[in-house]
Structure formats: C-alpha cells, structure tokens
Ligand binder design. Structure first.
Ligand SMILES: NC(=O)c1ccc[n+]([C@@H]2O[C@H](COP(=O)([O-])OP(=O)(O)OC[C@H]3O[C@@H](n4cnc5c(N)ncnc54)[C@H](O)[C@@H]3O)[C@@H](O)[C@H]2O)c1
Length: 388
C-alpha cells in the first residue's frame, strides 16, 4: 500500500469567496391600531409558540394589555419580562437575565423575542434575539417617535459597557417592525421633541437618499412639508404625523437595503450626530438625543459654509425651519467648550488625524459623505463658533 506523504502546511493560504448578497428580510407593518394584529403577524411568519415579551417599567399598561391580548388570541406561551427604565435596560446583566428565562422555558430557534418600547428596549431585545441560540425570531413594536423613525429600523442592536454606549452589539434584522402611531398619544413631550429632532435630519438628506436608492420623494420637499405642518407646535394628534413617520421609515429602509453595514451611504443618517454625540456626553445626557442632533445639524451647516461647500442662505433655511418648529439650533449656554472639543475631535475611540464628517453640499437635501476634516481644524472651528 502506498504511504501518503505527511500533510504539509506549505502553500495552504487561500481565499474563499462567499456569496455576499445580504439576506435582508425586514418587514414593516404600519398603521394606527396595527398593534392589535401582532399575534396574527407572528403566525404569518410561522414562528414557534413561545414568546419572550420585553418592556420597560414606565410603558403605559394599556399598550402592554393590548399586546398581551393579541398574543393570547393566537395562544402564544408568553413569558413577560420587565426591564428597568432608560439605559439601565441595555446592560450585560439584563441580557443574561433574558437568556436565562429563555433557557429555563426551553426556547428553540423557532421561538421569538417581542420587544415593545423605545430604542433602549429594541436595542436590548434585538441583541438578545441575535445572540440566543445564534439567532431567534425578533419582532419590534417601537413606542417612541425616535424608535419608530430610527432605532427600530435598520438592524443595529446592542448594549452598553462601562467604557461607553453601544460598545457590544450586532447587526440583526427583525422579522417585522410593527409601527402603530397611536402609541405616541401617551409619549411625554420631551420624548416627542427628541423624535422630531431626528425627523428634521431626514429633510436634509432627502435628495441624497432619492438619488442613491429606490426611495421616491414627493414633489414637495420634506423640509417644506415640515414647516407647513408643524409650525403650530409639535403634537401627537397632528394628522401629518403618521404620513411623516411612514416617509422616514421608507427613507431609512431604502438606505439600509443599499448599505446595511454602513460602508458608505448609510453614513448619511449620521448628519448632525458627530457634534450631537459630543453634546450628549458633556451634558451627561441632560440634552435629549434628537435635540443634540438638531444642534449638530446646524453646526454641520456652519462648518460647510466655512469650507465654501454651501451658501450662507442654506444655513439660514435650516435655522428658520428649526425656529418654526420650536426646536433648538444653538449649543446651549454654559457648555464647557474644551470638554466638547475633547469629546468631538479628540475622542479616544477615533483614529487618524481627520474625522469623516457628513456635511451638506450644494443645496440642502444633499450631503457629502467623503469629506475629512482635520481634527485641529474641527477643534478650532468649535472654539470659534462657541465664542460668540
Ligand atoms: N439601534 C439604533 O439604530 C438606534 C438609533 C437611535 C437610538 N438608539 C438607542 O435608542 C435609545 C433611545 O431611545 P428612545 O429615545 O426611544 O428612548 P427610551 O427607549 O429610553 O425610552 C424613553 C422613555 O419613554 C418611555 N416610553 C416609551 N414609549 C412610551 C409611550 N408610548 N408612552 C409613554 N412612555 C413611553 C420608556 O419606557 C422610557 O422610559 C438609546 O439607547 C439609543 O442608543 C438606537
């Protein structure tokens, strides 16, 4: 019998090319009262019989009762788990608590996590579904405006670590996002304003999205629609609110389908976020996310004017819209400028001498995704623009 030669590791480096088509399967069920159909929607996607139902303490009981009733009508075996309010829900301790419940109830990969609440619940619930048994079904019912137009759409999930926010997580797409605008009728005013801040951002990236994706914009720009419909103040009973949420979801989905893992286009959604994150950090989250984003958006317009990328008139249009909608546009007084400079320009997590900054270009509605601003230039610009 011929002896085989000893296996050699020489020349064994090779590249395997796998099919890179992303199997995205996000479905959005949208409309007033759609929450009552949650049980039917779960049945339609043929999930198992067990459900881990996650919510936070301060979610009004009636929304939970509606959801329980809908799941009970379809005879799901529901394990209800209450999470602490705010960012505390997004912890390793809460995540392991969820895993243990699912393990003790013998959840299989056919079973589901259903998360009802704001972005904190959808982030934790999403990561919980992504990580248990390497991925089980996920259904999200976003109940804050910010979660309906942003946090629940796009598959970013995660928890906070002691070193910072959202440091552990994954991309994981839900089976369905069930968006019922009626949830917003109980939303505190501050949370409502925060969501509106994120919506305004969409107005200034609308043309970039329409040019690069399948999103079909209507003839009237979103910025004009916002000014026309929200000048009398922001409220959940505004008839334009539901169509507005639907438009924002369509925009975000269109971007996510083109660039799910944020290699380039998806960065447009970060308009206003570079300075915004810095503001949230230096105020210890005393300023809401959406408010930080509107102030950050105005700052991005100022920076673009100073670099000759847009005319001063574009900046005035943004400021005018935010004034009309009674949303903030200026960095609040009393901010420690050097701490802000540190948080934005010299953040430990940044690498290199420049920061990729999403800046408006040409007309409002279009953004540049490839502008790198040297950190020293950015630091000086923050100091100069806060000096008066
Ligand atoms: N994954 C993403 O793409 C993404 C995007 C943006 C933000 N986020 C994350 O989302 C979180 C912020 O989300 P948020 O702004 O929705 O706040 P949140 O989740 O902290 O909720 C705010 C508060 O409102 C309460 N609440 C929720 N719905 C309510 C309702 N209908 N009526 C009355 N009270 C209600 C909640 O119980 C909570 O106490 C942050 O953790 C942020 O990191 C994630």
């Amino acid at each position: 019998m011929r002896r085989h030669a000893k296996p050699s590791h020489k020349d064994q480096v090779y590249t395997m090319l796998l099919n890179s088509t992303t199997p995205l399967r996000t479905r959005v069920d949208f409309g007033p009262t759609v929450r009552h159909r949650t049980g039917d929607i779960l049945r339609q996607v043929e999930c198992g019989k067990r459900v881990l139902l996650l919510h936070q303490t301060s979610l009004p009981q009636k929304w939970l009762d509606d959801l329980r009733a809908s799941l009970d009508r379809q005879n799901f075996d529901v394990s209800l788990h209450t999470l602490p309010d705010g960012e505390e829900a997004k912890s390793l301790e809460q995540l392991t608590g969820c895993w243990e419940i699912m393990q003790s109830k013998e959840f299989t990969r056919a079973d589901s996590v259903v998360a009802i609440g704001g972005g904190a619940v959808s982030d934790l619930g999403g990561f919980c579904a992504a990580s248990y048994l390497r991925g089980i079904n996920l259904f999200l019912l976003p109940t804050t405006l910010l979660a309906q137009v942003d946090a629940s759409i796009g598959g970013k999930t995660g928890i906070n670590l002691r070193a910072g926010k959202n440091l552990a997580g994954s991309f994981y797409f839900p089976q369905s996002v069930i968006v019922d605008p009626e949830f917003l009728t109980t939303l505190p005013a501050r949370e409502f304003r925060s969501g509106m801040g994120e919506i305004v951002k969409y107005a200034f990236i609308e043309d970039t999205i329409a040019e690069s994706t399948d999103y079909k914009r209507s003839p009237a720009p979103l910025a004009r629609a916002l000014a026309d419909n929200f000048s009398a103040g922001l409220s959940a009973d505004n008839p334009f609110l539901a169509p507005l949420i639907s438009i924002c979801i369509q925009m975000k989905l269109a971007v996510v389908l083109k660039d799910p893992f944020e290699t380039r286009l998806r960065r447009c959604l970060n308009l206003g976020h570079t300075l915004g994150h810095g503001l949230e950090k230096v105020t210890s989250y005393g300023i809401s996310h959406g408010e930080a984003v509107t102030i950050g958006t105005v700052f991005a317009f100022k920076l673009a004017v100073s670099k000759g990328m847009i005319a001063e008139a574009e900046l005035q249009k943004v400021e005018h819209l935010l004034k009309t909608m009674q949303l903030p546009y200026d960095v609040p007084a009393g901010i420690d400028v050097e701490k802000l400079v540190q948080a934005v320009a010299f953040d430990k997590k940044r690498t290199g001498a420049g920061i990729k900054y999403v800046l408006p270009e040409k007309d409002s509605g279009k953004v540049s995704l490839d502008t790198t601003v040297p950190v020293d230039e950015l630091a000086d610009f923050i100091r100069a623009s806060l000096a008066h």
